[in-house]
Design a binder for this molecule. Structure first.
Ligand code: MN
Ligand code: MN
Length: 463
């Protein structure tokens, strides 16, 4: 055998996916990504993602899970956990005790949350105090147009939805920054300290309520507008969840339109494929479950995060309809923790170890472990389970790669994988490489997104 042949047989051969897929597959990719861009624009927060997911699911025949109901193969149910996490299931032909095929993505993204008492006036300008959510680089947020999303929960039990800044004609909001002319002192700060948490104040108005003898007239005018529009007073901010996110829409990136730019792609770039896949799953072998979870960006904590027992409760509910045992079902279950990895950045290559970095257009990325330092905090998927996933991907001609989050000791991160592994389930991370992760405008490659969808589908449908 020649060296060339031997190399072909023995070396790890990974090539740019765009050189390997057919024109038909490129067309499918475009079609899928058009839907994805719409999803990015209409589901910018966890609450909006749940509303969108439930409405799409109901059109496909999913109904809320009901205790005491008998379900048969092919039935479609969902669990809406407080409007912030949703799990969609398609009942399999085999009993639940044979194991679930679970995909888990998250629908929360880094952003600026309003503080409980956010509204104030300073030098006759109206502002909101914010508390950032998730791992943001604070300097990236000033001078970015922002929209406000969320709810006021009122004492009488009603809820008032807020969504301002997405429509073309809507006003937007902004965090200010210094002009370079006067930024000499600020420019001496380190990048991480360039804009501080208490400097992320949002400009929301400047017109005073017309009066000659009162103070805080700009603030008064703003709360008057909010009162007229939403029926709220300043005190109602105390029981609200209001989130500021970038107001711009997602779009194609590049002359060749091969990529997508937009806010919140970590992790909607995996949530949308998982959602689309479960909506198309039909009569699977094993019960398929897609979870779109909240709170991943702050550690999966709370009763809508995957560290909670919510997952075990809903899987238990499904197993109980057959009189089975949830611990047996968990032991036999498999999960794809669908989350993003850092794509190799041409300008910042030195934080990556190139042999193990994921790259745009190389397909969906399998991440055996995440964590920091000596793999601290990762579930580290077993070799046996990764082998099973490799076989599934190759058998289905899915373009895929392996990846690691940056150089050893360069930093680190985590996903929901560890929390699901803790329940005794086999889990591996699998998702899409992202550039500028956690920034207001993240970039991904269309082919990788489509390959993520195909993976989610074959995994849940049964290969
Ligand atoms: Mn993520
Ligand atoms: Mn993240």
């Amino acid at each position: 055998m020649t060296a060339k042949e031997l190399k072909k047989n023995l070396f790890l051969n990974k090539k740019n996916g765009l050189l390997r897929v057919s024109e038909e597959e490129i067309a499918e990719t475009e079609k899928f990504c058009a839907g994805y861009k719409t999803f990015l624009n209409s589901a910018k927060t966890e609450r909006e993602a749940v509303i969108t997911a439930v409405s799409l699911a109901e059109k496909k025949g999913f109904v809320p899970f009901k205790k005491g109901e008998k379900y048969t193969a092919g039935d479609k149910v969902y669990f809406n956990n407080r409007g912030k996490t949703v799990a969609l299931a398609v009942i399999g032909k085999k009993p639940c005790e044979d194991g679930f095929n679970i995909t888990a993505a998250h629908i929360d993204s880094p952003r600026l949350d309003l503080k409980p008492n956010p509204l104030y006036e300073e030098i006759e300008l109206g502002l909101f105090k914010t508390h950032y959510y998730g791992g943001i680089r604070k300097y990236q947020w000033p001078t970015t147009p922002l929209s406000l999303h969320g709810v006021f929960a009122l004492k009488d039990g009603t809820k008032v939805d807020v969504n301002i800044g997405e429509d073309e004609s809507d006003p937007k909001f902004v965090v200010n920054d210094l002009l370079p002319h006067l930024a000499a002192e600020q420019s001496k700060r380190t990048l991480s300290d360039g804009i501080r948490g208490e400097e992320l104040n949002v400009l929301i108005g400047s017109r005073p309520f017309k009066s000659d003898d009162e103070s805080e007239l700009v603030k008064l005018n703003i709360i008057k507008i909010l009162n007229e529009k939403y029926g709220v007073t300043e005190e109602d901010f105390l029981s609200a969840e209001l989130e500021l996110v970038p107001a711009f829409k997602s779009c194609d990136i590049g002359f060749d339109r091969s990529m997508i730019g937009g806010y919140g792609q970590d992790d909607r770039v995996c949530a949308y494929p998982a959602l689309s896949a479960i909506l198309n799953v039909d009569n699977p072998e094993k019960t398929a479950v897609a979870i779109l979870a909240d709170k991943e960006e702050i550690g999966s904590c709370g009763n809508t995060g995957l560290e909670s027992d919510f997952l075990v409760h809903i899987l238990g509910d499904l197993v109980k309809t057959e009189g089975g045992d949830v611990t047996v079902a968990l032991r036999n279950s498999r999960c794809l923790s669908a989350d993003v990895n850092a794509g190799l950045d041409p300008t910042f290559q030195d934080v990556f170890e190139k042999r193990n970095a994921s790259r745009l257009n190389y397909g969906v990325v399998v991440t055996k472990y995440t964590g920091a330092r000596g793999k601290a905090g990762t579930s580290d998927a077993s070799a046996e389970y990764v082998a099973e996933i490799r076989e599934m991907l190759d058998k289905n001609n899915i373009v895929w790669q392996s990846g690691e989050l940056g150089k050893v000791d360069a930093g680190g991160g985590g996903t929901v994988a560890v929390y699901i592994a803790n329940k005794g389930v086999d889990v591996v991370d699998l998702g899409v490489p992202v550039l500028s992760m956690h920034s207001p405008f993240e970039t991904t490659a269309k082919l990788d997104i489509y390959m993520c969808y195909r993976t989610m589908y074959v995994f849940m449908q049964g290969e």
